[in-house]
Write a protein that binds this ligand. Structure first.
Ligand code: NAP
Ligand code: G4F
Length: 342
């Protein structure tokens, strides 16, 4: 019997980590994920794929660790011996990165460096060829230099988060060139899903729509409604991560839909879907403004289409509808079991 391919995922409990795990398990990988110790459960996005470690045929394993803790990362690498590593772990909220810049940079920039250093030593000592994926972001393009943004567009980061992502991007490229590491940067534009964190604008809106329909919320407080984003579906985007690591040569790719929409357009589609008018519910709260904003993101994913054969499968309207429908269903379900959270 041939051995299963082993993949290690940082950020496995996040939106992308959960979809990527499902994707890799379907492809018969043995999947290992790093989770943070938390005083309350933080595995709700992967509970449905959790496997009892006592089962001899288990193929999903969880390890306690943190990107700020290099010793543990090295130990996990030695134990797991992965051939593919996906670095998805991050303090990924742009607004929060202005409040906690040191922690954000430690996780996002230094975390990537710690991982790259550990891989360099591990690969050198064992001779195992590791393939590394770095979760880069369209936020790195920041202040508009060119539209649409592609792999060659200059970066102009506008937050502690995106400055840290730029650092991780260049280190990844540097390790590829210096140590012959098979390392790829994905430059992913915003991607959403029913598993999107509740404080990102899309999920905040779709969750509020569900709660307003159920009579549990009266107002939705938001910041800047004029910024524009290129929003895709997270399940499509994790497929692209895997595709990058299956190529003959490592490279960097923009993953996007080539469309851009404002927050107002998102609101319009989400509220109209339940026959409501968003202007009746949305109020401005300056708390949600950022010291510096990214006004316009729209990606050109021609390279990914041509070289990877990747393309998005869900349209903007379909994405908004599926998120609203999912939040309505989730709320109905939680009412049925009598959750005490409302
Ligand atoms: P997410 O839902 O916020 O998940 C982030 C993950 O990182 C969670 O598993 C979180 O653990 C973990 N994490 C946070 N701090 C950590 C630390 N110090 N050490 C180890 N793990 C830590 O993010 P996502 O949307 O899935 O995004 C995945 C990656 O892609 C991130 O790096 C993000 O910056 C990047 N990205 C996302 C998008 C997007 O639109 N979604 C676009 C471009 C790039 P807990 O569950 O315990 O908090
Ligand atoms: O949903 P957001 O917080 O996402 P943002 O800042 O675009 O970042 C996300 O996408 C990046 C890829 O481009 C990732 F790298 C990053 O990790 C994250 O996943 O905000 C989107 C827009 C912003 O312009 C923000 O100012 O929505 C605006 N907005 C308006 N009101 C709000 C709110 N954003 C949030 N989070 N909350 C609001 O109340």
């Amino acid at each position: 019997m041939t051995e299963k391919k082993r993949a290690l995922i940082t950020g496995i409990t996040g939106q992308d980590g959960s979809y990527l795990s499902e994707f890799l398990l379907d492809k018969d990988y043995e999947v290992h994920g790093i989770i943070r110790r938390s005083s309350s459960f933080n595995t709700n996005r992967i509970d449905h794929i959790y496997q009892d470690p006592h089962n001899p045929h288990v193929s999903l394993f969880l390890h306690y660790g943190d990107l700020t803790d290099g010793t543990t990362i090295r130990r996990i690498l030695e134990e797991v011996r992965p051939v593919e590593i996906y670095n998805l772990g991050a303090q990924s909220h742009v607004r929060v990165s202005f409040d906690s810049p040191e922690y954000t940079v430690d996780t996002v920039a230094m975390g990537a460096l710690r991982l790259l250093e550990a891989i360099r030593d591990y690969q050198y000592r064992t001779g195992i060829e590791v393939r590394f994926y770095q979760a880069g972001s369209s936020e790195m393009f920041g202040k508009v230099q060119e539209v649409p943004q592609k792999e060659t567009t200059p970066f102009y980061p506008r937050s502690p988060y995106s400055c840290a992502k730029v650092y991780a991007h260049w280190q990844t490229l540097n390790y590829r060139e210096s140590y012959n590491l098979f390392a790829c940067n994905g430059i992913l534009f915003n991607h959403e899903s029913p598993r999107r964190g509740e404080t990102f604008v899309t999920r905040k809106i779709t969750r509020a729509v569900a709660r307003i329909v159920a009579g549990k919320q009266k107002k939705l407080y938001l910041g800047n409604l004029d910024s524009k984003r290129d929003w895709g579906y997270a399940k499509d985007y994790v497929r692209a991560m895997w595709m990058m690591l299956q190529q003959e040569q490592p490279d960097d790719y923009v993953i996007a839909t080539n469309e851009t929409h404002s927050i107002k357009e998102f609101l319009e589609i989400a509220f109209t879907h339940v026959n409501l008018n968003w202007q009746d519910y949305v109020e401005f709260d300056p708390r949600y403004l950022r010291p510096a904003e990214v006004d316009l993101l729209i990606g050109d994913c021609t390279k990914a289409k041509e070289k990877l054969g990747w393309q998005p499968s869900v349209t903007f309207t379909e994405l908004v509808h599926l998120m609203v429908d999912s939040d309505i269903k989730a709320l109905e379900k939680s009412n049925m079991v009598g959750s005490g959270f409302d």
